[in-house]
Design a protein around this ligand. Structure first.
Ligand code: SF4
Length: 468
């Protein structure tokens, strides 16, 4: 009995350690591999995360049409095949775990994820979790509640997934959505945006599954001036993240219809700020190169958005630094609450100053939000804003060709592309040769060949009715 108690205490000591050794080593390796220009005080890579990951070639087909579409022209000629999906998700996740460490956020992405049978979709998510990945499924959101229910519950009717995360893409350049085949503008999609999160709420209620929804939207010159209104109209719908992607010349060139480069990052970010109603400082916490990613974290109190940190306040920047220093290795999203509290208690025991730093931040944040407003709106809504700016295929192809030969370009555009690729936040795995590539390289350079091969491997067989 004593031996049992000792081993239980030892186990408790292990699991309540803030951060594990493998993840700490993965962070150190990530930091060491970053180019100098992104080793800024705000850089989160190598301090708290290794970056995002995504699948490729596991279900290329989609049943909507987008302009632009980041998938190569053969993608829609590849059959959806659950066995292929499971096998390739497994291989890709295994490599990501080996090369990037025991945990990361990973996107189950390709064509339209809900074309997968719910059992195959659930199996893919479980594989990702088994490899320490926190999965998020990418969808156009045109999905029935029954599909979500069958995804959450196994064939025996029991809950098989504790948490489901979706990134739902809505914008007026997507054609074929049921009920609104060709949206005339962004506002006309708002009922569909709301309907998607309503289905997730129902799933929580009826199946006991925790859910998270991110909203994705492509931005071109044609909808740039609608971004602010989309933000105002959707902020209460239940999305915890809004990600905007300025369109790039990447993927299927038959679907390039505008002068996409007329929309630069500052213009999009400016419209996001206009919609949110406050300045969003994307230098406080950086994800890779800020020319690729801008991110702002905060929460809504009623209709007012409060950034979690104020970049003009040195005390808030000290909070960020203390977080990276003492809590960087703690896993906040995947750890059960009692265990997380045990880990935090140990951090406080080792570094009691953390408490004073946290209390100061809390006081300032409450003042910024306003005590009266907090009392009137006690339900805070954490929300982050993201801009992810893919690069043009032509530039990526040239930059990558040179990088593979170990050469640096002096052409300013290609030089910038190389700098951004070398700090990439978003990796995809190639188990056949043990390499990771930036998603830009996947879509610009590798997708066409990959999808052409998949088209032969998984052909879509046309079934025609026989005439008598
Ligand atoms: S290099 Fe491309 S895929 Fe990587 S973070 Fe930058 S824009 Fe994204």
């Amino acid at each position: 009995m004593v031996r049992g108690l000792v081993s239980a205490l030892r186990r408790l000591e292990q699991v309540s350690r803030p951060g594990d050794a493998q993840f700490a080593a993965a962070l150190r390796a990530r930091w060491a591999g970053l180019p100098e220009h992104v080793k800024t005080p705000g850089q989160v890579l190598g301090r708290h995360a290794v970056g995002c990951e995504g699948t490729h070639g596991v279900f290329p087909k989609c049943n909507l049409a987008c302009t632009p579409c980041y998938h190569s022209r053969d993608a829609n000629r590849v059959r959806v095949d659950g066995a292929h999906t499971r096998e390739n998700v497994e291989a890709q996740m295994r490599l990501l775990r080996r090369l990037r460490g025991p945990r990361a956020h990973a996107q189950l992405i390709g064509g339209e994820v809900t074309l997968l049978d719910p059992d195959d979709h659930a199996a893919a998510l479980e594989i990702m979790r088994r490899h320490g990945r926190e999965p998020m499924s990418f969808t156009h959101g045109d999905v029935d509640y029954d599909y979500l229910r069958r995804l959450a519950l196994g064939p025996d009717g029991h809950r098989r997934l504790r948490r489901l995360s979706f990134a739902a893409h809505f914008d007026m350049f997507m054609f074929g959505r049921r009920g609104i085949e060709r949206p005339p503008d962004e506002a006309s999609l708002n009922p569909y945006r709301a309907a998607f999160t309503a289905k997730l709420r129902r799933l929580r209620r009826e199946c006991g599954v925790r859910t998270f929804a991110a909203h994705n939207m492509t931005v071109t010159p044609a909808n740039l001036d609608q971004v602010a209104e989309v933000i105002r109209a959707t902020r209460g719908m239940g999305y915890g993240m809004f990600s905007f992607q300025p369109a790039a010349f990447i993927g299927d060139e038959r679907r390039w219809h505008e002068a996409y480069r007329d929309v630069d990052g500052d213009a999009v970010w400016g419209e996001i700020e206009r919609g949110v109603g406050t300045r969003l400082d994307y230098r406080i916490i950086e994800h890779g190169d800020v020319r690729c990613n801008r991110v702002a974290y905060g929460f809504y109190v009623g209709e007012r958005y409060i950034p979690v940190l104020d970049g003009d306040d040195a005390r808030d920047l000290a909070v960020r630094d203390a977080f990276y220093r003492h809590l960087g290795e703690v896993n906040f999203s995947g750890t059960p609450t009692p265990l997380l509290l045990a880990q935090l208690s140990r951090v406080v025991a080792q570094h009691p100053t953390v408490l004073a730093v946290a209390a100061g931040w809390l006081g300032r944040t409450v003042r910024r939000a306003g005590v009266g407003r907090l009392l009137r709106h006690p339900r805070l809504r954490p929300t982050s804003y993201v801009m992810h700016r893919f690069m043009d295929a032509e530039d990526v192809a040239e930059a990558w060709r040179l990088m593979e030969r170990g050469e640096r370009s002096e052409d300013p555009r290609i030089k910038e592309t190389q700098e951004r690729l070398s700090a990439c936040h978003y990796a995809m795995a190639h188990p056949q040769d043990g390499t990771l590539v930036p998603a830009c390289v996947q879509h610009s350079v590798l997708d066409p060949g990959e999808n052409a091969a998949l088209r032969r491997l998984l052909p879509i067989v046309e079934v025609r009715a026989r005439r008598n």
